[in-house]
Write a protein of this length. Structure first.
Length: 146
């Protein structure tokens, strides 16, 4: 990551830096700034573990996709409601363990952020999730990354 991006302290600074980088023809720096914004947003939530932090980063990455789509900040409101009711890990498991899949996986894959998909997080932290969620994640990742 570029040193200038590492020095950014708030998601808002990252957003401004990303816009300026794009205007100057530097999509690589814009992507790094967006990644930094995702990290900062997740850190501010206060995750209790590495797995929870990665789950939060996945949600914020999906919200970046929604921002691109709508041109304004849009919350993944159903996911946040589920987190409030069930907790981070249980909510992510529930989202992935549905037969119809998670809405964000394909969108994240299309912009090269599939490492932020819930399925990818589950596979990196498989011991925290049910066998069915791990297996469904494995199948989706294999199918969609082909």
């Amino acid at each position: 990551m570029d040193d200038r991006v590492k020095k950014l302290k708030t998601p808002e600074e990252c957003d401004t830096f990303a816009r300026n980088a794009l205007a100057q023809g530097r999509p690589d720096l814009a992507a790094e700034a967006r990644q930094r914004a995702i990290e900062l947003r997740a850190a501010s939530y206060g995750a209790a573990s590495e797995a929870e932090r990665e789950c939060l980063e996945a949600i914020y990455a999906y919200e970046e996709i929604l921002f691109d789509k709508h041109g304004k900040r849009v919350k993944a409101s159903r996911t946040w409601q589920m987190i409030k009711r069930r907790g981070i890990i249980a909510a992510i498991e529930q989202a992935v363990d549905r037969p119809d899949g998670t809405a964000g996986f394909t969108a994240l894959k299309n912009v090269g952020l599939e490492n932020f998909a819930f399925e990818a997080v589950i596979l990196r932290h498989a011991v925290l999730f049910s066998e069915s969620a791990v297996e469904r994640s494995r199948q989706r990742m294999a199918h969609l990354l082909c």
